[in-house]
Design a protein around this ligand. Structure first.
Ligand code: ATP
Ligand code: MG
Length: 259
């Protein structure tokens, strides 16, 4: 994977869109002090996801946007696109089949960044993942800047380890492990929450079971009451029917006597 073009627009001193062609493996940028040579490499690190403004020699992320000069007004956004030649197919995964990979980052005055891979909007993570283990990246050893050699020489063992791990291609797996561990932690937390919910529901179930038992008892008692009431009415009816028959017999007897 070889960087073949850098397209800058509105980034630091590059207010007008300009394309830097890197036609061979050895390219030099010459110019007087302050003409923007270091801004080019800042642009490269910025696209690859650098999130610390201080490492881009600024205070806020929006400092990378052209802030105006004596003759030009400031602009509203900065965009840098890196075009990589993947003709040798070094890049694996989903990108293996592309001969050219374009990575673009755009930032507005409010400081929000947007990333694009081959023109499609993506997350910052997709971009950093693309470069993990390739030796390239916003803070990788492949970018050697002013003062960097002395930083490597003076590096504490942990810092040196980061360089070596990136060179050995381990950083990719370390990053994945970190993500997986985070996911496991989140899942554990979710499980704890579920246990809480379950406990709460179990308590409610107990209350509901008690209420259901009471309702059942009520229904059984109501049925018994109705049965007894029916029996009582039948008995009363029988008694009244007997009394009516006796009175009717009495009536008939009296009528006969009268006649
Ligand atoms: P040296 O040879 O001293 O290392 P250089 O060529 O590396 O210089 P850079 O540091 O890349 O120069 O560029 C510095 C220039 O970029 C300065 O003139 C500065 O005004 C300009 N610059 C940086 N950020 C911005 C910005 N946000 N807007 C406009 N100009 C900017
Ligand atoms: Mg410089």
């Amino acid at each position: 994977m070889r960087l073949s073009r850098i397209r800058l627009a509105g980034f630091k001193s590059f207010v007008d869109p300009v394309t830097v062609h890197l036609r061979s493996n050895l390219v030099g940028i010459l110019g007087p002090n302050g003409c923007g040579k270091s801004n080019v490499i800042d642009a490269v690190r910025w696209v690859m996801g650098e999130s610390a403004a201080s490492r881009l020699r600024g205070e806020a992320m929006s400092d990378v946007i052209f802030s105006g000069s004596a003759t030009r007004k400031p602009v509203g956004q900065a965009s840098v696109e890196l075009v990589f030649d993947n003709a040798e197919g070094r890049l694996g995964g989903a990108w293996a089949s592309y001969a050219e990979i374009s990575v673009r980052r755009l930032v507005n005055r409010d400081g929000t960044s947007q990333y694009f891979l081959n023109g499609t909007r993506c997350r910052r993570r997709d971009v950093t993942e693309l470069f993990l283990g390739t030796g390239l990246g916003p803070r990788s050893y492949a970018i050697v800047e002013q003062g960097m050699i002395s930083r490597v020489i003076d590096a504490r063992p942990e810092e040196l380890r980061a360089f070596l791990e990136e060179a050995a291609g381990i950083s990719k797996y370390k990053e994945r492990r970190r993500e997986t561990e985070t996911r496991i932690r989140h899942t554990r937390e979710n499980l704890d929450r579920l246990a809480d919910v379950r406990e709460e529901l179990e308590r409610r179930l107990q209350v509901l079971a008690r209420q259901a038992r009471a309702a059942e008892q009520y229904r059984a008692l109501r049925a018994g009451e109705r049965e007894l009431k029916t029996g009582l009415l039948a008995l009363r009816w029988q008694a009244l029917a007997a009394a009516t028959a006796a009175l009717e017999a009495d009536g008939a007897r009296l009528e006969t006597a009268l006649e």
